[in-house]
Design a protein around this ligand. Sequence first.
Ligand code: HEC
Length: 390
Amino acid sequence: MFRLSLKHKIYAVLLIGLVTAVVYASQFGPERAHTGAPGDLGDCTVCHDDRVPANSGGGRIQIGNFPALYNPSQTYTLTVNVQDSSPGRRRWGFQLTAIDSNGNRAGTLAPLGSDTQIATTGSAVGDRQYIEHSEIGTFPGTTGGHTWQIRWTAPSTDVGTVNFFAAGNAADNSGSNRNDNIYTTNATSESPSTIVGVSLTSALDNQTLVVGQHYTITWSSSNQGSIDGYELRYSTDDGATFPISNLIFSTTDASVHTYDWTVPNKPTTQGRLRIQALPKSGGSPAEVRSGRFSISGSGSGQALPVIIAVSGKGNKIFVNGDNFQDGAVVILGSDNQKTRNDDTDPTHWLICKKAGKFINPGTTAILKVHNPDGTESAPFSYFRPVIDPP
Ligand code: HEC
């Protein structure tokens, strides 16, 4: 202990008097702007300090019942719970505000009963509104904690993400601002427009892909302006896991909706593709998964034929790809076609002089390439344009 000189005692008394005058009865409801929200004057530790930062005690404050996604103009009943079972916690208080990402008031707060009130003392920060305990809402003498119910009416228009900030006091019921445990928290309610969507437009269901094959994955998205990017992965255990090592592609360009996938050397009959659209709001991603597909590969390491592109001109069909052996045969539907390897680039080009007769313009045909060693490419669907390209 230290002793105060008479002069200091006088100062101390003056100071206490001054503080009580300025800090108008906080147990009746703290001054505005002490929720710990960005832009606020701080949290309750501004006065309830004891030189201990908020959230040092063994308790917590929680905002409950808030909508993950708000509907404009809808009224919600939120809960604010301060809990602390450490010894001597016998009086409770809180303050809460709701702001948008620019820090402006978001929606309208209102008491549900006499245990809460809208704060009117202290300086206002912008147009923010603060709700807090009332004097009878501190429940002096009670232990464990307290839950208040409050009303929040969402803004009448979509203002983007709404953040709730709250600070709470697990007090010792001394009627002073000493020896109290202060806690802070926040919660988020997303605006309806932050909901992003993604869907697969290339159907992989029941397909067999071949190692090394090029497969074009295409997808579409909704609410693209709220998308930060996409991530594509595949699973080889029917979707139980999509490990990071199975990353196909990721991009931060929300306008990208296609990817040319070179099928990896991971033979499986339990393949699944997953596309996630990552929302700018930082919320959970939207995702879509393909049906089950297979990857067939060469255990022996032999190179399988792969079709990359097909074009037609009159009765002729040109098949472009890889690993075509001498004597490879194009199969149209289930019929072998008379096929010859291109003279100058035989492993990449096959030509069928007559097959074009069986593919009507404006229709889709399924082609495969069968190598003399018995290996076969994955089916390739070729849409024949109404007018052949020159
Ligand atoms: C500007 C200073 C100041 C701020 C900020 C402040 N308080 Fe206080 N508080 C006091 C003072 C001084 C007392 C004791 C005298 C009184 O009630 O006015 C007190 C007392 C209390 C009590 C009663 C304590 C007890 O042990 O009996 C509660 C509960 C309380 N405050 C809650 C809060 C909460 C919750 C916040 C933050 C949202 C807060 N206060 C912010 C100054 C403040």
